[in-house]
Every structure is written in structure tokens, then in C-alpha cells.
Design a protein around this ligand. Structure first.
Ligand code: CDM
Ligand code: ATP
Length: 299
């Protein structure tokens, strides 16, 4: 029997997040262009007497260790489908900012699924794993596939996107998180009484990803949730300004925030912008990363 399986899983940034009107089920239809970035959590699955979650890393204190943890929910969902006793210890080595709009919890859900699938030898197909991911959350399927993809529906229906080069990023980690439902709720409040257009992927953005051209991508980045995140957390505007002044090609809120993302031309500029963000006092931490990155995979 396999003794332990470790799965590495990336964070994400939304290079385009086009948000439609609220649906009757409370979700919003999206044109969500996901790009996986090289900040990783690792989930290790080991046989145990009962389902147990532990977490290490600087933000570990903010991660729930009960059955609400997306890693636990993933293990339970797979076990139920295959009639397996979910007796597993899942250890999360967390490096992705918590509640930061970088899909950290979703990443752990996808990683736990891949780890338990390997540990238990369920032999689930890719499509079955993707279906479980979609039940766990809108962002979870992308954490499984990585790379770059267009998410439609509530973000769970994925079409892979070609990426023609490496993009360099700096991520400014804010103090405290933002609740994803609260940010979508603020989007609804800000757009009340307005005609919200059908979300569609930007051809210029897709072309920029395909060509690997950072300058073109900088001109095409967009996030419809940014006004809502800034409305709930006005000081984020200072973080965006600090990174732009330091030489970023473009700045935007990552997903529902409050992490802010800075696209930079190269590694050298990334280090410079990260240092300037740290000294600006407008964020708690600054992380350098490249994209695209592979989805959840056994290491
Ligand atoms: C902001 C993003 O991170 C961008 O990728 C995602 O849209 C959020 O994905 P997620 O965290 O996996 O969200 P879920 O766990 O599926 O949903 C949490 C809550 O976010 C809101 N939500 C989420 C996705 C979506 N397309 N429309 C929504 O309105 C709903 O209030 C929902 O109850
Ligand atoms: N494995 C997990 N890691 C982190 N948070 C988790 C996990 N499982 C459940 N959560 C809960 O989910 C909340 C959101 O955390 P997460 O790090 O996923 O946010 P996020 O990056 O903003 O998500 P997204 O970008 O998908 O909207 C946390 O406040 C926490 O209570």
C-alpha cells in the first residue's frame, strides 16, 4: 500500500474577470480567464485512523481544520463516490495567501482530490475528478488543470488557452482577507439598476496570452470585481499606485482580492517592484512568481 502521496498545486490570478448579472441561483455567469501562477501549496495524504487535517505555514492559523476545509470536503466527496472509508491524514503546507483571491482553498481541494485518488487507487477518470471539483467550488476545476483556461458558467466550465511565453508577476498580500460572496454582493450593489452586459472573453487578451507579449497583456488585463473590492477596501488603491509607480506594466486586484497583482517585464523588475511595495507600507508582504504553472500534480 502507498505510504504517502504529496501533490503540489498552484495559485491563480484572473487576467480577465468579466462578470454578468446575478443568476437566480445567486451565482454570476463569468468569462473568467484563469492563469496559474507559481506560488504553491502542497497537500500530503497519509493513511490514518480517521479523517484529520493539519496545516503549516505562516498563514496556517487562518485555515479551518474541520470538515469545512476544502481538502476535507474533497476527500469526503471522493470517498463517498467510491464507497471508501475516508480515513486519511491530509497535511497542507500552505504558501498561497489565505482568503486573498488566489484560490488557495480551491487549490487544496483539487490537491487533496488528486492525492486521495492516488493513495486509494480509485482510478477516477479526469472527467470524474473535474465533476467533483466543480461540486466543491467554482475555482476548483482550474486548480486541477492549471496552465491557462477560460472559465464560463460560474467559472467551472473550462476551455484550455494557449500561452506563448513566461509572464512575471509580483503579488502584494494585504492584511486580512476579503469574503468572496461579500465582493460579489458589492458588485451587485454597485451595478444595481444598470444593464450588465453578457460576459465575453477579450480577443485582445487571448491574443496577448498566445503571443507571450507582456506589454500586450498589460493593456488587456481587466477585473469587473475590482471596483467592488476597492469599495470594500479603499486602501487597496494605494497598493495599486505604489506598484505602478515602482515600474509595473499594469496592476489589478486578483480575483475577489484583497491580493493585488502586478505584471512586470522581467525578473529584475519583479524584485524591484516587490521591494518598493514592501517599503511603501501598503501591504503585508510581496511575492514574486511566474506564470503559467502546472495544475495539481503528484510530486
Ligand atoms: C472570484 C473568483 O475567485 C474568480 O476566479 C471566483 O469567481 C470565486 O470562486 P470560488 O471561491 O470557488 O467561489 P464558490 O465557492 O463557487 O462560491 C462562493 C460564493 O461566491 C459567489 N460567486 C462565486 C462564483 C460565481 N461565478 N458567482 C458568484 O456569485 C457566490 O456568492 C457564491 O456563494
Ligand atoms: N484549505 C483551505 N485553505 C484556505 N482556506 C480555506 C481552506 N478550506 C476552506 N477555507 C476557507 O475558505 C476561505 C477562503 O479562503 P481562500 O484562501 O480559498 O480564499 P480565496 O483565495 O479568496 O478564494 P477564491 O480566490 O477562490 O475566491 C477562508 O477564509 C477559509 O475559511
Amino acid at each position: 500500500m502507498t505510504a504517502a502521496v504529496t501533490v503540489r498545486v498552484p495559485a491563480k490570478v484572473n487576467v480577465q474577470l468579466a462578470v454578468g448579472a446575478a443568476r437566480p441561483d445567486g451565482f454570476h455567469d463569468l468569462a473568467n480567464v484563469f492563469l496559474a501562477v507559481g506560488l504553491y501549496d502542497e497537500v500530503t495524504a497519509t493513511p490514518a485512523d480517521e479523517l484529520r487535517i493539519t496545516c503549516s505555514g505562516p498563514d496556517a492559523g487562518q485555515v479551518p481544520l474541520d470538515r469545512t476545509n476544502l481538502a476535507a470536503r474533497a476527500a469526503l466527496a471522493l470517498a463517498e463516490r467510491y464507497g471508501i472509508d475516508p480515513a486519511v491524514h491530509l497535511h497542507i503546507a500552505k504558501d498561497i495567501p489565505v482568503a486573498g483571491g488566489m484560490a488557495g482553498g480551491s487549490a487544496d481541494g483539487a490537491a487533496a482530490l488528486v492525492a486521495c485518488d492516488a493513495l486509494w487507487g480509485t482510478g477516477a477518470s479526469r472527467d470524474e475528478l473535474l465533476a467533483i471539483c466543480a461540486e466543491l467550488g467554482s475555482d476548483v476545476p482550474f486548480s486541477l488543470v492549471g496552465g491557462a483556461a477560460l472559465g464560463t458558467g460560474r467559472g467551472e466550465k473550462l476551455t484550455p488557452i494557449e500561452v506563448g511565453g513566461t509572464f512575471h508577476w509580483v503579488f502584494a498580500v494585504a492584511d486580512g482577507g476579503l469574503s468572496t460572496p461579500a465582493v460579489y454582493g458589492e458588485f451587485d450593489r454597485l451595478t444595481a439598476g444598470m444593464e450588465v452586459p453578457e460576459p465575453t472573453a477579450s480577443p485582445a487578451l487571448l491574443a496577448a496570452l498566445r503571443s507571450g507579449d507582456s506589454g500586450a497583456l498589460a493593456g488587456a488585463l481587466s477585473n469587473d470585481l475590482q471596483p467592488a473590492a476597492l469599495s470594500l477596501r479603499p486602501p487597496l488603491a494605494d497598493t495599486l499606485a505604489a506598484g505602478t509607480e515602482a515600474g509595473a506594466l499594469a496592476a489589478l486586484v486578483s480575483g475577489s482580492g484583497p491580493t493585488t497583482a502586478f505584471l512586470v517585464p522581467d525578473e529584475e523588475t519583479a524584485e524591484k517592484v516587490a521591494a518598493a511595495l514592501l517599503t511603501s507600507g501598503t501591504c503585508r508582504n510581496a511575492r514574486v512568481a511566474v506564470s503559467p504553472a502546472p495544475g495539481a500534480h503528484v510530486i
